[in-house]
Design a protein around this ligand. Structure first.
Ligand code: SAH
Ligand code: SF4
Length: 348
């Protein structure tokens, strides 16, 4: 049987150094190897030119070295590009590039599949297959950054952890990937250009606060009464609105950062003026802004977009209540742009 090797990039700088010391090597070698992996982005051990051949061979026996690969690309008529990425373990995840005239946002995945079963989400219909390693998350950013420059001639301006999976249930790898994207040795991006979105794992929101998160943080609320929210997001049974409010207060106390509430608006589910009132009340828990998201429907979901008229009335109510509201029109509809939709189609 072939022994399953770990990928050398699954080790952080300290672990790599430890491993090389165990192999009888000196500290400077560990630094050289680290630079090849993280600054020069090589894809095979043979490319480590200043590392002796014998060590390159021993490394390739001890570790694998893989990169996330682009498997498929679809281009929407609104310019959105959707990527199917293949991981070394064979799993598929999705990433999206969303251009506007002045900026490009990359949407990336943190898990292959998701364990949380939100009823309106295509990823929720897939089982959780794999928690992405930090380097697999980082690779998506590095690939999409190069693609943004190639296709739009714009630098990548923002990153949102809003692809497949629940970032806070793959906490360590997500935090490490943010570190790599923001560190000067990595891509040197500002944490303020990164948004991590959660369906509401209260315990991990507190952990984020304790760890002094400096990136933007979004909570997928979608309903501000427990009955409706539990119906569409089963996680609400164990993390209800009161628990989330407490976690948000804790988060704000520690970070002093405004939180974004995401609210995807579904016809006859959460689009009434009563629902708008509940949302306005919830939004006053701490300083927040609300993103109203247009639903990206898919046949298996059973949910549909609300009407323009009801959406306008909903937004007007929030504005009257002095809630800060942005509207996010859905992009890439013609290419299954919504999270998990492409993978769902491939699975079927
Ligand atoms: N698991 C995290 C992050 C990934 S989902 C979370 O739930 O926040 C990112 C966002 O996309 C969430 O707000 C989610 O509710 C929303 N979403 C999922 N499916 C969608 C769809 N078909 N159309 C529009 N938004 C969707
Ligand atoms: Fe998972 Fe987020 Fe989709 Fe819910 S909305 S199933 S938490 S990816």
């Amino acid at each position: 049987m072939v022994k399953k090797q770990i990928d050398i990039r699954a080790l952080d700088a300290e672990e790599l150094q430890q491993k090389l010391l165990e192999m009888g090597e000196k500290k400077f070698r560990a630094n050289q190897v680290y630079d090849w992996l993280w600054k020069k982005h090589i894809s095979s051990f043979d490319e480590m030119l200043n590392v002796p051949k014998s060590l390159r061979e021993r490394l390739s026996e001890a570790f694998s070295l893989s990169k996330v690969q682009i498997e498929d690309v679809q281009v929407s008529n609104d310019g959105t590009r959707k990527y199917a990425f293949k991981l070394a373990g064979g799993q598929q995840v999705e990433g999206v590039l969303i251009p506007t005239p002045s900026r490009v946002t990359a949407c990336i995945s943190s898990q292959a599949g998701c364990s949380l079963d939100c009823t309106f989400c295509a990823t929720g219909l897939l089982d959780l297959k794999h928690n992405l390693y930090a380097y697999e998350i980082y690779d998506q950013v590095a690939i999409l950054r190069a693609e943004a420059e190639k296709h739009y001639e714009l630098p990548l301006s923002n990153i949102v952890y809003m692809g497949m999976g629940e970032p806070l249930l793959n906490y360590r790898n997500v935090m490490r990937s943010v570190e790599m994207v923001t560190s000067p040795e990595g891509l040197g991006m500002s944490p303020k250009r990164i948004t991590v979105s959660t369906s509401g794992v209260a315990k991990m929101i507190r952990r984020l606060a304790d760890d002094g998160a400096r990136f933007e943080f979004a909570l997928s609320l979608h309903a501000a009464n427990d009955e409706t929210r539990s119906r569409i997001m089963p996680i609400n049974d164990s993390n209800n609105l009161e628990t989330l409010k407490e976690a948000l207060r804790y988060f704000y106390e520690k970070t002093n950062t405004r939180v974004t509430l995401e609210y995807c608006i579904f016809k006859d589910v959460n689009d009434s003026l009563q629902a708008a009132k509940e949302l306005a009340d919830f939004s006053r828990t701490i300083p927040t802004k609300v993103n109203i998201i247009e639903y990206n429907p898919f046949p298996e979901s059973g949910f549909v977009n609300t009407t323009r008229k009801r959406m306008d009335a909903f937004i007007e109510y929030l504005e009257k209540e002095k809630v800060i509201v942005n509207v996010r029109r859905s992009r890439g509809r013609d290419i299954d742009g919504g999270c998990g939709q492409l993978a769902l189609r491939h699975t079927k």
